[in-house]
Design a protein around this ligand. Structure first.
Ligand code: DGT
Ligand code: CA
Ligand code: CA
Length: 572
């Protein structure tokens, strides 16, 4: 079996982490981290390239050393450097490194001074007051570490929606092998497109329940069978996700689909509405006494209750039932409404592909425009651009726009919002750009007041167009920074600043709740991919789904507009 890109990525990433703990030069650590990400985004198979004698240094971001490392991995399935490093840097330390507030330097000193290699040992030492005796640590950090450990162990076992999507595709393919299955749908939070899901709820209508259930639990990917019944079974797959399967009669499939799609709060609201109308709504249908009035499809259920069809993304009991009764549900945005992408990186900074390659990929997606937005200079780890390099890029964009009439490339920049609320680029340069995407990339730990002040000060700058990933959260791994988002949304509405909904599956930031607030308060939203390579451009649908959960319609989102309208908005 040839080594896959994923295996290569893992080894490079792993090596970078251990180097980091070992106190290696930061540039070296970065280089391996970057290389891992590049490998991840690569469309061609590295094993093939190596075996056919290709020069890997032609891939941007892969230098001579890493190219030879990749060759070694392909040939030996391992990296001798990594093995050497593993001899004096224990693997378990990587788990400790995952705790917020503990960087490589501290992890190393915990290991050197107290021999701590596991989270359990770390906890013991904190409780015994040993940590505060170390230089660089105090009583306060001891307390913080304990809190971090507490949070870590309570971390809910949830999955990113994007991860779930990959698993579901494979699972459905497996289940559909059975001809006995007449209808199959994934319900639950997955169907409501929640940004993270706890488990998967699959619903099947079909003949021969026993056979269907047997097929389900006999899936070779099943690691543990929690229950195995006639109508319901639960398993845990080897990917650690739990899957519940229910088999129902086709005559009640719509009712079951509605019920198991949830949310629970929505179901309760619907049941109450039914009671007011003298009917009973449950997972089998809508009933008057014993007579089934509806149940075959979801549409039937809604019709029967005098409601417009409610899209699954809206079913959170946030006013959708009332809106459906009064025919004022939003006409939700769809992926095909998107006319361009306003946040992406190219090989000018830490991206993988050239402007031209990104533009051509965007033409394939049917876009009218894209904006190229490299990082600004203060973000050194992402090879941010200074004024000179940026001017050079603007010239290239002018040339490209003459040569590629199918699409317009806008000149943008992802500008760092500095701690004092100023923007990381001179005013005279900012004025030459078509748009700015401004973001916080440092000092995440300011107080709520300071962070809010910092961002709203920046937003008052006339060159500030879009606030990128407004909360800084990384789903399941990093909490948002402390900030008064309500004030930010209000300021956006006042100052004609657009709020970005970043489509990276682990960001989905602007949060859905603030999408709805933005709409209510009159702030516009842009949905962008923040992609670093051409495949990244197709992450857009993740952002669109989140926007749908936030009740957004095409007119609420600036990149559904055509270019002249967009330009008007950006000129404020
Ligand atoms: P998750 O899995 O935590 O991401 O969230 P859900 O919404 O998928 O929740 P789950 O898997 O526990 O149940 C799927 C759906 O089944 C849920 O959205 C609504 C429905 N459901 C489950 N238990 C109840 C219940 O006790 N009452 C009502 N009304 N509905 C329920
Ligand atoms: Ca679920
Ligand atoms: Ca479930």
């Amino acid at each position: 079996m040839p080594v896959s890109n994923l295996q290569i990525e893992k080894i490079l990433d792993h090596y970078a982490d251990l180097l980091d703990i070992d106190g290696a030069n930061q540039f070296k650590v970065r280089a391996y981290k970057n290389a891992a990400r590049i490998v991840d985004g690569l469309s061609s198979n590295l094993s093939d390239l190596v075996l056919s004698g290709e020069d890997l240094t032609r891939i941007s971001g892969i230098g001579k050393d890493i190219a030879s490392d990749i060759r070694e991995i392909v040939e030996t399935e391992t990296l001798s450097k990594l093995l050497e490093l593993q001899e004096h840097v224990p693997e378990e330390l990587l788990r400790i490194l995952e705790l917020p507030g503990l960087g490589p330097k501290k992890v190393k000193s915990l290991y050197r001074e107290l021999g701590i290699t596991t989270i359990a040992e770390l906890k013991q030492n904190c409780e015994a007051g040993e940590i505060s005796k170390l230089s660089g640590f105090g009583k306060k950090s001891e307390k913080q570490i304990l809190e971090a450990i507490e949070k870590f162990s309570r971390r809910p076992d949830r999955f990113l929606l994007s991860t779930a999507r990959e698993l579901v595709e494979k699972l459905l393919q497996y289940l559909r092998q059975l001809p006995e299955i007449q209808e199959i749908q994934v319900a639950g939070s997955y169907r409501r497109a929640k940004s993270t899901v706890g488990d998967l709820d699959i619903l099947v209508a079909g003949e021969n329940r026993e056979k269907i259930m047997l097929h389900f639990v006999e899936n070779p990917e099943v690691e543990e069978i929690i229950s195995h019944g006639d109508t319901k079974s639960s398993v845990v797959l080897n990917t650690a996700i739990q899957v519940d399967l229910r088999v129902v009669d086709q005559s009640g499939f719509g009712a079951a689909l509605h019920y198991f799609t949830g949310s629970q709060a929505h179901n309760i609201a619907i049941r109450h509405l039914g009671l007011q109308q003298g009917v009973k709504v449950n997972e089998y249908g809508v009933f008057k006494q014993k007579e089934q009035l509806a149940g075959r499809t979801e549409q039937e259920i809604f019709d029967c209750l005098g409601l417009d069809y409610i899209d699954p993304e809206l079913r959170e009991n946030r006013g959708e039932v009332e809106a459906a009764r009064e025919n004022r549900l939003p006409g939700l945005i769809r992926p095909e409404d998107i006319k361009g992408d306003l946040h992406m990186h190219t090989s000018y900074s830490d991206g993988m592909h050239s402007i031209e390659q990104m533009a051509e990929a965007a033409v394939e997606l049917g876009y009218e425009y894209i904006a190229v937005t490299e990082h600004s200079q203060s973000l050194k780890v992402a090879r941010g651009l200074g004024p000179e390099k940026l001017k050079q890029q603007m010239q290239e964009i002018d040339r490209l726009n003459r040569e590629l009439p199918e699409i317009t490339v806008l000149k943008g920049l992802e500008v760092d919002i500095l701690q004092d609320g100023s923007l990381d680029m001179p005013e005279y340069i900012l004025r030459q750009l078509d748009l700015t995407v401004c973001a916080v990339h440092s000092k995440f730990n300011l107080s709520r007041e300071e962070q809010t002040e910092r961002i709203t000060t920046a937003m008052a700058n006339p060159n500030f167009n879009i606030l990128a990933h407004p909360s800084g959260r990384l789903l399941l791994s990093r909490d948002p920074y402390q900030v008064d988002m309500e004030s930010i949304v209000r300021a956006a509405a006042e100052k004609n600043v657009v709020l970005e909904l970043n489509s990276q599956p682990e960001r989905l930031d602007l949060d859905e709740f603030y999408c709805l607030r933005a709409k209510e308060l009159g702030a516009a939203v842009s949905i962008s991919t923040d992609s670093h390579n051409t495949p990244g451009l197709s992450l857009m649908h993740h952002g669109v789904h989140q926007a749908r959960r936030g009740w957004l319609e095409p007119r609420d989102v600036i990149n559904t507009r055509n270019l002249p309208e967009l330009k008007k908005i950006l000129q404020k």
